[in-house]
Design a protein around this ligand. Structure first.
Ligand SMILES: Nc1ncnc2c1ncn2[C@@H]1O[C@H](COP(=O)(O)OP(=O)(O)OP(=O)(O)O)[C@@H](O)[C@H]1O
Ligand SMILES: [Mg+2]
Length: 277
C-alpha cells in the first residue's frame, strides 16, 4: 500500500507525494471550477474526471513530445480523475498560443493592434483567425497573484535564451498538431496554454500539467463558427457569462444556479465526446 501525502492544492488540482515514490507527483483533478481567479460554488459534477481523461487522450495523440506521465497505480479513491507524473522543475512561464483573436487578446488588440507585444494586421474582428498562430507567454504568478502577460524578451530574462526559444517553438509545434486534430473533428482550437518543466535527471524539456482541456483551452464548433456564431465555446464561458451578469467582481462570487452547473457539465461532456469519437 502506498501512502500519499497531500502537498499542494491549486485552484483545481490537489497534489500528493509519497516517500515510496520519490520524484513522482499524484495530480488529482477536483470538480472545482474557477473563473476570474475565484473558485466558485458548487463544483461541476464529473469535471475532474472529464478533464483528466481529456488530458490523457491528448498526451497519447502527441506521441513524440516528451511528457510528464509515468506508469503506476492510482489509489481507488482517485481513480479516473488522477494522473501520476514526474515531478519536474517547472518553468514560471505559461505558454499561451493563440490561433484566433478572443478574450483578453481581443481586448488588448483593440487598444494597441498587438497582443503581448506581437504586432497584428489592422481591421481584425473579435473571433477572427490570425494570419498564423502567435505565442503570447504569461508569467506564472505565485499563488494568490494574477498571472501577467509578458513579452518574449521577458521570458528570456526569466529562463535564458535557449529555454525561452524552446518553450516557444515547442508550444507552437504542439498547437499546430492539436489544431489539425481538432479541425478533423469539426472543432476549432482558438487558443490554449501549456506548462513545461525540466526533467530533474536529464534536463529535458517536458510537457507537464493538463493539456488541451476545456480549462486550459478555448474550443469552438467549426460549423457554428462558419455561420458567424463565435460564442458557442466548450469551456466555462457559460459560467463567465452568468457571473458577469450577476456579480460586480468584488467580494465573494454568488453560488452558481443548478441550470448553469448542468449546462457547463454538458458542454464539457460534449467536447470530450466529439474529440475522442
Ligand atoms: N510534472 C509536474 N511537476 C510539478 N508540478 C507540476 C507538474 N505539472 C503541473 N504542475 C503544477 O501543479 C499545479 C496544478 O494545480 P492547479 O492547476 O490547480 O493550479 P493553478 O490554480 O492553475 O495554479 P497555482 O499554481 O497558482 O495554484 C500547478 O501549479 C502546476 O504548475
Ligand atoms: Mg493550473
Amino acid at each position: 500500500m502506498t501512502t500519499w501525502t497531500h502537498t499542494y492544492s491549486g485552484k483545481v488540482r490537489d497534489l500528493y507525494a509519497s516517500e515510496q515514490h520519490p520524484g513522482v507527483v499524484l495530480m488529482v483533478a477536483s470538480d472545482r471550477v474557477s473563473a476570474f481567479d475565484h473558485v466558485l460554488e458548487p463544483g461541476i459534477p464529473g469535471k475532474g474526471a472529464l478533464l483528466t481523461q481529456l488530458s490523457l487522450w491528448w498526451f497519447e495523440q502527441l506521441a513524440g513530445i516528451p511528457n510528464h506521465l509515468v506508469a503506476g497505480d492510482i489509489p481507488d479513491e482517485f481513480a479516473g480523475r488522477a494522473m501520476l507524473a514526474k515531478t519536474l522543475d517547472m518553468y514560471p512561464v505559461e505558454c499561451v498560443v493563440r490561433g484566433y483573436l478572443s478574450g483578453s487578446g481581443w481586448l488588448e488588440y483593440q487598444q494597441s493592434q498587438s497582443v503581448c507585444g506581437v504586432a497584428l494586421p489592422a481591421g481584425l474582428k473579435d473571433g477572427d483567425r490570425l494570419p498564423e498562430p502567435i505565442y503570447t507567454p504569461a508569467w506564472k504568478a505565485p499563488m494568490g497573484e494574477h498571472d501577467e502577460n509578458i513579452s518574449f524578451e521577458r521570458t528570456v530574462e526569466l529562463v535564458g535564451p535557449e529555454v525561452a526559444a524552446a518553450l516557444r517553438d515547442r508550444s507552437l509545434e504542439v498547437f499546430a498538431r492539436a489544431s489539425a486534430i481538432a479541425e478533423s473533428k469539426g472543432l476549432i482550437l482558438a487558443d490554449t496554454k501549456f506548462e513545461f518543466g525540466a526533467d530533474p535527471e536529464t534536463g529535458e524539456l517536458t510537457l507537464a500539467d493538463e493539456v488541451l482541456t476545456s480549462d486550459s483551452s478555448r474550443y469552438w464548433d467549426a460549423a457554428l463558427y462558419g455561420t458567424g456564431d463565435r460564442t458557442a465555446s466548450f469551456d466555462k464561458q457559460i459560467v463567465r457569462n452568468w457571473l458577469s451578469a450577476h456579480w460586480d467582481k468584488t467580494g465573494i462570487p454568488p453560488v452558481l444556479p443548478p441550470e448553469i452547473v448542468e449546462q457547463t457539465a454538458a458542454r464539457y461532456r460534449e467536447l470530450i465526446d466529439r474529440l475522442t469519437a
